[in-house]
Design a protein around this ligand. Sequence first.
Ligand code: PLP
Length: 454
Amino acid sequence: MPLNPSVAKSHVLHRALAYEPQKIVSGSGISFTLESGKIVYDASAGPSVSVLGHHQPEVTQAIIEQLDKIAYVYSGSRHTCEAAESLATEILKDAPGGLVKAIFVNSGSEATDAALKLATQYFCEVGQPKRTNFIARKQSYHGNTLGALSVSGHESRRAYYQPWISNNVSFVDPCYSYRAKGLSESNEQYVERLKLQLEDEFLRLGPDTVAAFVAETVSGTTLGCVPPVPGYFKAVREICDKYGALLILDEIMCGMGKTGTMHAWEQEGISGPDIQMIGKALGGGFVPLSGVLLNRKVFDGLARGTMVLAHGHTFQAHPTACAAALAVQKIIKRENILEQVVRMGDFLETELNEEIGHLAHVGDIRGRGLFWAVEFMRDPNTKTPFLAEHNFSNRIVEVAAELGLNILGNLGKTGKIDVELVILAPPYIVKEDEIKAIVQLLKTAIFVVSEEHA
Ligand code: PLP
């Protein structure tokens, strides 16, 4: 078959086959520079990754020092390195939420796969091998590998791979009050409805067959920075405990400080998850690194049986990656950066509400810390959504890019509810004047695209 003439010439295979990607040649602070010389505000820190910005001499130094000591250590059998040990100690100091052990892998998807496998092995080791079912949420995303995709309710990402995807996963509604809470329903009633639905699913499957419930604490790309309704995760924790299942929280996108606390679940009034995935902000994009954290119960269970994890990767706990992430985490702590996340987050919220809250198609502005989304509606008064074919938010992302603003938009059809949104998750080092500039550029982009739909 002849090649489609619109296919991009790049030898790198990019996600959009026809799209000729723009080269980024350098970065500093919260901006990057394109080959053309254009400077772009990275208002989403890539996909919510570059939390200390695009250049940090201390992190560079930590990487060089590690490479000067030793470049690679295989930590799959008898060895470890100081960087991995110190990083785990730093993250697990004082056992947050009872979390006591860490596994470091290379991507968020690998972390999700590891979490699912650890939960499954845990139940085998403690003598409950029938617990092989997982309950996850519709319109969710936990990664692209086949295990992670199995617990992701993201329709377009799953579509081609159905034959490979596990049937051991069922899906309940996410907590998404803007579109799914009834008009006269109180928060408490909404939580009760979701709790009953989750409990019904446990009962339908047979409670002693459920290994875990999997959810993002604050939903990222698929629904757009949706903080849970107060009491939601308490209710979820209660159901998991009642039926002896584990709670697995995905904080790959929303965790490691983005919502103003190191872990987003700290704001949910729960003691913590049993297993947690972390990523993105862990290494701040200087290196690929993600992780899985386990609490005492899960670790003790695993340590009861064969004493060998049936899981591992060649590059797990890579010394350079751990050294860079350790430097990132030390800077965050030493500079009290989470206080800045809260302060700048409040400022961003106010700017968004004041500057764009009144615009024609702005339906909802929501988020926490420096993790915010704007959801668009054809008619916000009646909550009439745009259809996917209107391509509304993707146009906003395009126009914003032309204006020198990088933000995240919709990533394919995620589920039954069409959510048109953009995400702003600027680096933790963002300043007030930069937030003002970002919001003004977004305002212009919304204005331009709204005119196209007038
Ligand atoms: N989980 C969540 C919530 C994510 O947002 C992502 C990536 O966007 C992943 C998992 C997968 O992470 P990765 O792309 O590093 O594999």
